[in-house]
Ligand binder design. Sequence first.
Ligand code: NAD
Length: 354
Amino acid sequence: MNLHFDHVTLGQRVLFGSGCAADNLAAEVVRLAARRIMVIASRSETAVAQAVTQHIDVAVFHDDVAPHVPIANAEAARAVATDNSIDLLVCIGGGSTTGLAKAVALTSGLPIVAVPTTYAGSEATNVWGITEAARKTTGVDDKVLPGTVIYDAHLTLSLPVELSVASGLNGMAHCIDSMWAPRTDPINRAIAAEGIRALAAGLPAIKDDPQDLSGREQALYGAYLSAVAFASAGSGLHHKICHVLGGAYNLPHAQTHATVLPYVLAYNAPAAPEAERRIATALGTDTAVTGLNTLRKSLDAPHALKDYGFDETQVPEAVELILPFVPDSNPRPVTATDLDALLRAAHSGDTPVL
Ligand code: NAD
């Protein structure tokens, strides 16, 4: 088959080094000639934020961070940035914190240096999300793409194993969904495959020993690759399902992704042989589905949506909400009956099978 594709690579500077975040941030501030810096980090990340910013002058620390970026939080943070004549945003935390910085950048055009502390990957995408009247709106704008990302695995040592596993599988979902998302191409599939390999190496090491720095580094590296692949390939069936479930039923982000992923893989794998081979090879197993199931079992991963507040009576409504968003690129047609079966299995936690 001829190679024929249209690929966009987003421009970012990535500084990766355990124990180097404070020095790397100080060097970036000098390079960017920033004078008025706003640091966004949630209250629980205050100590981490102070350690990471120890070598720079901070104009204002802002800790009013909430999941899914409520519009009131976005507007409050925007006002703080304006009132303090800010010229650089530094966000230190998980996807919710990065999301707040993106909301400020969206209207102000301010540059962002992101210092992630989970494996959500928002730092490597140009996707923003803001929640208003219980509805999350997302959009794509290069203004929200952090110009620099500083990765330091030391900052993730405090992330509890359960959350590390869920967040890491959120990254795995970016990779697997990239294999059949609307803008999938050979470049983002190659990046996604390396992301799967790194996450499959890192997460079991973290489960065995949460203080294992090399496992944390592999997971963080995999999380970055997963987000790069996702930003390039776009949202596939898995992300469409999780976006609807998260928004309509207020389900936790990482756990929802971790739970739904094996069902989408089992559904699509028979119709996507090349993706199936790539995923199986990256996982080092005979088939993609058994590989992911085995990995998830070893990680004691989230496995049933009923554990996160999703009720089986909500399945028919969820099916109706999801169906209009099923991407045309999905390798297998999706009917209401198929989605119903997939959601019921994910609700109860039945083993995903082909
Ligand atoms: P989160 O940022 O809400 O963090 C989850 C919890 O972990 C929080 O309580 C946080 O305080 C805590 N935490 C973070 N880092 C920690 C650490 N190192 N040690 C201990 N605790 C820590 O959750 P998340 O899963 O990182 O991000 C989810 C959000 O990100 C969602 O709103 C999702 O939509 C968004 N997201 C956006 C994109 C994008 O491209 N725009 C991509 C992925 C996720």
